[in-house]
Design a protein around this ligand. Structure first.
Ligand code: ZN
Length: 306
């Protein structure tokens, strides 16, 4: 199962009534924008978040794979576009009773957005374009925020005990859909991480690449290119990572340290030199990396290191 965000704006009402999403194949210049071409990736069972004017207003489940529909009979559409055919996916729409305002929740959403092909801009507004990928970590966060608004109502007097009551029992099919989506996505993340860690551990002789700590409970399989930015294959590629202790993993994933293509350690200027000993890092450190680590170390150095 994959997830996407579709930016609908004016087209939402019509598309919801028809139970579809649709886009042209080519623009007037004959180009294929990525956000239209991505329609082809949708398969039956995939989930889509619908974004309209600042809000996630619905979630849908694809009832068909993407297919191409001829619009030779639709004269109005033909006037607007040069392509003869459109991409189309049939969907089961679940409209939210309480839409989710992206901007007011952007502090939680923003860290989960990919650097490339993010549905939202850095200021919290939607990007132009039609269909964007939605990584699993972002799915979990959106579902949490949507559930808080639409499923659970914590009564004032119950706040102390933090017990929620189910709010919308009349929409019985909405709650199982959300629950199923959440558990499927969590399983995907867990299975992915398990495989990644299992294959990464022996590459680094089961110890931190920087300080030789061997205690398994302290060892993290750290991604160089994070989950949110990786393709499905990159996420489980053990060379897209390095084995580090918890401390060094935190420094690495937050961009305080990085490695170049040769495996030389780079240290952020935000760590004062006199603290290097405390953190057990040295600018002279060079690790024995694999050739396959190179592109991922370079990506991390360029995009995460600061
Ligand atoms: Zn370490």
């Amino acid at each position: 199962m994959q997830s996407f965000v579709v930016m609908q704006g004016e087209t939402y009402q019509v598309e919801r009534e028809l139970g579809i999403i649709t886009s042209p194949q080519k623009d007037s210049g004959g180009q294929e924008p990525h956000s239209w071409l991505r329609m082809k990736e949708i398969n039956v069972g995939d989930r889509i978040f619908h974004y309209v004017k600042g809000y996630i207003v619905a979630i849908s489940v694809a009832k068909t794979d993407c297919y191409v529909i001829s619009k030779t009979l639709d004269i109005e559409s033909q006037k607007k576009n040069t392509s003869d055919n459109d991409y189309l996916v049939e969907l089961e729409y679940y409209e939210l009773e309480e839409p989710l305002n992206v901007l007011s929740n952007f502090r939680e959403i923003s860290p989960l957005l990919p650097i490339k092909y993010s549905p939202f801009q850095q200021d919290g507004n939607g990007n132009p374009g039609y269909l964007y990928p939605c990584n699993e970590q972002l799915v979990i966060k959106l579902l949490e925020l949507i559930s808080d608004l639409n499923i659970y109502r914590v009564d004032e007097e119950q706040l102390e005990l933090a017990i929620g009551t189910v709010r919308r029992t009349e929409h019985n099919n909405f709650i199982p859909m959300i629950a199923e989506m959440e558990s499927e996505v969590k399983l995907m993340i867990r299975k992915g991480h398990e495989k990644f860690r299992k294959e990464l551990l022996p590459l680094w002789a089961n110890k931190c690449a920087l300080c030789d700590i061997e205690l398994p409970i302290l060892l993290q399989a750290s991604h160089s290119k994070p989950w949110k930015d990786s393709t499905h294959i990159e996420r489980i590629n053990p060379f897209n990572g390095i084995l580090l202790c918890c401390n060094h993993d935190a420094l690495y994933s937050k961009g305080y340290i990085a490695f170049d293509g040769q495996g030389r350690l780079h240290i952020s200027s935000s760590i004062p030199e006199e603290d290097y000993l405390i953190y057990n890092i040295s600018p002279k450190k060079k690790i024995a990396r694999y050739e396959e680590n190179k592109p991922y170390f370079k990506w991390h150095l360029k995009n995460i290191f600061s």
